[in-house]
Ligand binder design. Structure first.
Ligand code: GLV
Ligand code: MN
Length: 194
């Protein structure tokens, strides 16, 4: 979904003081093989949290060699019963490959149709750009997924955090009206994200 590059590569200079659509290029004379190498996805993410979820992002901010190339990858670790909670990516479609375990993946279309599948090792699923999706570990052990995006910085809108943990908060009245529940229900949910 990102624009096409205008040169072979443009290793991002994350410290540049100019701001543009992406990052300016590091001088070619200073580029080495290390700029095209990223070891981040080899490490297990920390799943020691209420969601049993850890994500390691291999986007342009972590891996500047991706700048202008229109792609990135994440590693998702899920403890048994762990969830990558419903979220969407405004700038990319996502392909998901399970490399360990058994994972229920699903998304909902703009027509409100739910599409889902249980994936085992080597199997792949696609989440079209912008649609809300999740992954849930339904196996006995840990699960690992590799996700790939057609953007160097797909962005993530996590539905629960967006609605219940924004800063400053969305007025409770908006949420009681939206979900047709009492303020106590909204405040109960908010307290879980404090
Ligand atoms: C998984 O959904 C991810 O965004 O990495
Ligand atoms: Mn995702």
């Amino acid at each position: 979904a990102d624009p096409d590059p205008l040169q072979d590569f443009c290793v991002g200079d994350l410290n540049a003081t100019v701001s543009l659509n992406g990052f300016p290029c590091k001088p070619v004379s200073e580029v080495t093989a290390d700029d095209f190498f990223f070891d981040g996805l080899s490490k297990e993410g920390n799943t020691d949290n209420p969601f049993g979820f850890g994500v390691t992002q291999g986007n342009v901010l972590a891996f500047p060699g991706l700048n202008t190339l229109g792609l990135s990858m994440n590693r998702v670790d899920l403890a048994p019963g762990g969830i990558n909670a419903p979220h969407s990516h405004p700038r990319a479609s996502e392909s998901i490959v399970v490399i360990k375990g058994k994972v229920l993946v699903g998304f909902v279309s703009t027509s409100n149709v739910y599409y889902s599948k249980v994936l085992t090792v080597g199997q792949m699923f696609i989440v079209p750009r912008g649609l809300v999706h999740f992954q849930y570990n339904v196996g006995r052990g840990k699960a690992i997924l590799i996700t790939a995006f057609n953007s160097q910085l797909p962005g993530a809108v996590v539905v629960s955090r967006t609605l219940f943990a924004s800063n400053p908060p969305i007025p409770v009245k908006i949420l009681t009206k939206t979900f047709q529940v009492d303020a106590s229900v909204i405040n109960g949910i908010k307290s879980r994200f404090a």
